[in-house]
Design a protein around this ligand. Structure first.
Ligand code: ATP
Ligand code: MG
Length: 367
């Protein structure tokens, strides 16, 4: 029978939580874990999904046979070039030891394939024979790397602040990779920001949802807050106060943590002092910034790898780009920021915006 064999990683190491991880992996894939692997009949859709499922370290397509059928299966193989046979004898009762079976299979392959040649160091093809208990064995030629990480959901729930730029989709992906189940929060400022800009954010969420699952996108109107800031506060504090509003509103959703794409010193508002000025408004909430020390090149590379880059660079405006001060304050002093905020009804504006949230179901683009 042609099967998919998927293996999981790190969850191995964390013995205490193992049961929880395996249950989550089974829930996320809809497949059963037995004998430390997922094995199911081959299906292209499942194969593709497993390659995007956090917690999976490698995926192979192969044949499942009974122990007595192993040599018949090897007899059928036809290929050219260098090869080696790699036997894993997980069932210690199997009649041949690994080196013996290696040699027997190698001889069969050489006999049937005139252009095949053994190369133990750098073979073109490796034939894996994995002998499992309960009269099962798997024979496969390729091992594809899975995405690694931990099954989405085992680390709790994270609310990711997503802007439509390059950084925040990557930080959301990294949160999901460490087992956070992700929902998104976006601040939109119509009519200053367009429907296309919002569609772009929805698309980015859809791409990240290929890796996380069942995501929601919360869209909170930000226009009134931005207009009030512009009317009443000193221009150079605009960005600082906007960021603080974002975090105060994010807290109201009561997730286990908040994720942002902030990156140290990338822009004027992301200095240590700038980040500290929004960190302190978040009360007791944990704000995670997975990209804090990454270089822009590294972030771009990751964005290309996960498939968000091309969408992120589409030139639509973000609420942060429509009211930019000419000279944003680079090292904001918290006391002065608070003085500026006193000119507004901060809590009421935040509460009103929160109450006007629109909830969208995120459609994973691959499904
Ligand atoms: P990005 O590529 O994520 O837009 P950036 O370098 O442009 O990053 P900023 O615009 O300064 O960063 O925003 C920093 C972070 O604040 C973003 O990564 C995101 O987490 C959050 N953020 C910014 N704008 C919004 C928005 N409109 N809605 C929700 N979160 C936002
Ligand atoms: Mg941005």
């Amino acid at each position: 029978m042609k099967v998919i064999i998927a293996r999981y990683g790190e969850i191995h190491l964390r013995k205490g939580n193992r049961g929880i991880f395996i249950k989550q992996l089974e829930k996320n894939t809809g497949l059963k874990v037995a004998d430390e692997r997922i094995v199911c009949e081959y299906d292209e859709k499942i194969f593709n999904k497993l390659q995007r499922t956090f917690g999976i370290t490698s995926v192979s397509i192969g044949e499942q046979v009974k122990h007595l059928e192993i040599l018949d299966e090897i007899e059928k193989m036809r290929f050219d070039g260098t090869f080696k046979v790699s036997v894993n004898r997980a069932d210690r009762t199997f009649e041949y030891r690994s080196p013996e079976l290696n040699a027997i299979c190698g001889d069969i392959i050489l006999k049937n394939n005139k252009n095949a040649k053994v190369d133990l160091v750098n073979p073109k093809t490796t034939i894996y024979i994995d002998i499992r208990p309960n009269d099962r064995a798997f024979i496969f030629k390729h091992r594809r790397r899975g995405p690694g990480g931990l099954p989405v959901g085992v680390s709790g729930r994270g609310l990711s602040l997503i802007s439509g730029g390059i950084d925040s989709p990557v930080s959301s992906y990294l949160g999901a990779k460490r087992g956070l189940s992700i929902d998104f929060l976006h601040f939109a400022s119509p009519p200053y920001t367009s429907e296309q800009a919002l569609n772009k954010v929805k698309k980015l969420c859809g791409i990240v949802a290929n890796y996380s699952m069942n995501c929601k996108l919360f869209v909170v109107p930000f226009t009134k807050i931005q207009e009030e800031i512009r009317k009443h506060c000193k221009e150079e504090y605009t960005i600082t106060i906007m960021r603080r509003f974002m975090l105060v509103i994010a807290e109201k959703f009561k997730y286990d943590c908040i994720i942002t794409g902030e990156n140290l010193a990338q822009v004027a508002s992301q200095t240590v002092e700038g980040i500290a000025s929004n960190n302190c408004v978040a009360g007791n909430s944990l704000v995670l910034r997975p990209l804090i020390f990454a270089d822009k090149e590294e972030i771009i590379e990751k964005a290309k790898q996960i498939g968000t880059y091309e969408t992120s660079i589409l030139p639509y405006e973000d609420c942060c780009t429509v009211f930019v001060p000419r000279h944003p304050i680079i090292k904001p002093d918290i006391k002065k920021v608070e003085e500026e905020e006193k000119k507004l009804d901060f809590n009421k504006l935040a509460e009103e915006a929160y109450n006007e949230v629109c909830i969208h179901k995120v459609v994973s683009l691959e499904e």
